[in-house]
Structures are given as structure tokens and as C-alpha cells.
Design a protein around this ligand. Structure first.
Ligand code: CDM
Ligand code: ATP
Length: 278
């Protein structure tokens, strides 16, 4: 095998409860992850240069900060043949910094692809552990199944929420994950619901009220979408999703999207498209 193409899907957090704070500042949470049919596309070409390079940069993200390169660097010392390298091409389709997990997903797909390309034979558990060092959201993408998560997002119980259609609305403002998690007004004591993911519509996103205050465009996007469908923010924002019974109904709402927002329709998926390609 000398080349691999692999998708890196977006995710949404169908709900997100903050249940505590660890001594290292990281937050304990409960969340339900589902993948979306919108994906970044990554292509890996085996080389004999002994190093990895990205053939195209993401504007505003230096190669050393790119999670694709960071993921590849974790695997470089584990190669049996030190001449093995890779040229990686990325087609970015997932909006960045929107709570859709694109960077984490790119990192996970990189771990999965290079494990094959370099014949490292690492197990999924080992790849998920390496992924957790890159970001709290990486393990669920490595494992590739929709899941109810606890801990910082690494304790996963597979789940099968309905694969609804979603209209994702991007208020086009940046929300810093670190700023939300360090804010004094973030609620941090939501009682543990302990694995009843079927009830996700009754739960909430604990970051939503705070983010709406910090970024009124997020509140405006939620208010607009709520006229069409049950609506919630994903992750620490800024994107919000409305849950629709059909692609057609989601597309109808999209056709009326105010010009201040951007948006797209995607289906919720309980298996990562990355897994169909390996
Ligand atoms: C909010 C979620 O998107 C939910 O899926 C994730 O928990 C965030 O995951 P992520 O983007 O992979 O986050 P990381 O890159 O690991 O962390 C970014 C920053 O968010 C804070 N952070 C993140 C996750 C977590 N459980 N507690 C935290 O306090 C930390 O200050 C950290 O410095
Ligand atoms: N391959 C990558 N794709 C996107 N962002 C990346 C990548 N590598 C590094 N980054 C950095 O990570 C930041 C967050 O990107 P990402 O799109 O994953 O955010 P997010 O969807 O809010 O994630 P989360 O829901 O995990 O908080 C970007 O602003 C960028 O600086």
C-alpha cells in the first residue's frame, strides 16, 4: 500500500454537561457525540524521505500547530523503517473553530491512516490513547462510533441516537474553547445523568448561555433556527444545529438563512465515514 485517502467527519455534541473540574483545570463532562456526513478529505502518499509534510497549509495555522502534523509526529518514533515518510494533502470542508471538531477529526484520521501506511499495527486502544494527548475529542474519532462520553471525553460508551438531518448554522464568530472553560460563570456542577443518551433532547449544553452572552450572534442564530426546529449549540460553539426529520425540511430552512450566517445540511451518522475506508 503506497497511498490512502480517508475522510475526517465533523461531530456535534447532542448535549454537553459539565459535571466537575479536575485538579489540572480540565473539566469532567458528559456528552453525546454523533458524527456528521460533512467531512474533511485527507490523502496520504508514502515517501522514502523519513519525514512528513503537508502539501497545503491551512491559512492561519502553522504546520507545527496543525493537528495533522502533531498526530504524525507522535507516530514517527514508532516506525520500523526510519526511511518511511508521507506527503499529506488536506481538503478542508469543516468550518474551523465552530465546535464541529474538525482539527480533532483530522488528527484521528491521520493516526488511523499512518498506522496502515507505515504498517505500525497499533491497536485502536493504543491509537485512542495517543489521540487523547492531542485533544479531548480525538479518541471518539479514532474509535469511529457515536458515543456517550464521560471523563474529559475519553470514557466512551457506544450509543445509537437517531440519525436525524441537521441544519448547522455558523454565526461566523470565533469562540475560544479555553476562554469558555476558564470563565468564572460557566456552570460546573450539573448532576451526572449516567448513560441515558436516549433522553438527549431533554438535556442541554452547559456552555450555551455563557457563549450567547459573550457572542450575541450565537444567540441570534439560535433564535432564528428555533423557529424551524429544536435547536442547540455544539461543543463550546459557535455553531448551532437544528434537528429535522428529513433532508428536505432541513434544506427548506437553509433556503431562508439570513445572509449574516452561513450554514449547511448534514446527516447525523453513528459510524464514522473514516471507518468505511480502512
Ligand atoms: C468541548 C468539546 O468540544 C466537547 O466535545 C471538547 O471537550 C473540547 O475538546 P478539544 O477541542 O479537543 O479540547 P482540547 O484541545 O483538549 O482543550 C482545549 C482547552 O479547553 C479546556 N478543556 C477542554 C476539554 C475539557 N474536558 N476540559 C477543559 O477544560 C482546556 O482549558 C484546554 O486547554
Ligand atoms: N487540521 C486542523 N484543522 C482545523 N483546525 C486546526 C487543525 N490543526 C490545528 N487547528 C487549530 O485548532 C483550532 C480549532 O479547530 P477546530 O476546527 O477543531 O475547532 P472546533 O471545531 O471548535 O473544535 P472542538 O469542538 O474540538 O473545540 C483552529 O482554530 C486551529 O487553530
Amino acid at each position: 500500500m503506497t497511498e490512502i485517502s480517508i475522510a475526517a467527519p465533523a461531530k456535534i455534541n447532542l448535549f454537553l454537561h459539565i459535571t466537575g473540574r479536575r485538579d489540572d483545570g480540565y473539566h469532567e463532562l458528559e456528552t453525546l457525540f454523533q458524527f456528521l456526513s460533512v467531512c474533511d478529505e485527507l490523502h496520504f502518499q508514502l515517501t522514502d524521505t523519513g519525514h512528513v509534510q503537508l502539501s497545503n497549509d491551512i491559512p492561519g495555522v502553522s504546520p507545527q500547530n496543525n493537528l495533522i502534523i502533531q498526530a504524525a509526529q507522535r507516530l514517527l518514533p514508532l516506525r520500523h523503517d526510519r526511511n518511511q515518510g508521507a506527503t499529506i494533502t488536506l481538503h478542508k470542508k469543516i468550518p474551523m473553530g465552530g465546535g464541529l471538531g474538525g482539527g480533532s477529526s483530522d488528527a484521528a484520521s491521520t493516526l488511523l491512516a499512518l498506522n496502515k501506511l507505515w504498517q505500525l499495527q497499533l491497536s485502536i486502544d493504543q491509537l485512542a490513547e495517543i489521540g487523547l494527548q492531542l485533544g479531548a475529542d480525538v479518541p471518539v474519532f479514532v474509535r469511529g462510533k457515536a458515543a456517550f462520553a464521560q471523563g474529559v471525553g475519553e470514557k466512551l460508551i457506544y450509543a445509537e441516537p437517531e440519525q436525524n438531518w441537521y441544519l448547522i448554522v455558523n454565526p461566523q464568530v470565533h469562540v475560544s474553547t479555553a476562554e469558555v472553560f476558564t470563565h468564572p460563570d460557566l456552570p460546573r456542577r450539573t448532576p451526572i445523568v449516567n448513560g441515558n443518551p436516549e433522553n438527549w433532547q431533554q438535556y442541554r449544553n452547559d456552555c450555551q448561555d455563557l457563549v450567547c452572552r459573550l457572542q450575541p450572534s450565537v444567540a441570534n442564530a439560535l433564535a432564528w433556527l428555533l423557529e424551524y426546529a429544536p435547536t442547540r449549540m455544539t461543543g463550546t460553539g459557535a455553531c448551532v444545529f437544528g434537528c429535522f426529520p428529513s433532508e428536505e425540511s432541513a434544506n427548506h430552512a437553509l433556503s431562508e438563512l439570513p445572509t449574516e450566517f452561513s450554514g449547511f445540511v448534514a446527516q447525523g451518522l453513528n459510524t464514522s465515514p473514516a471507518w468505511h475506508q480502512l
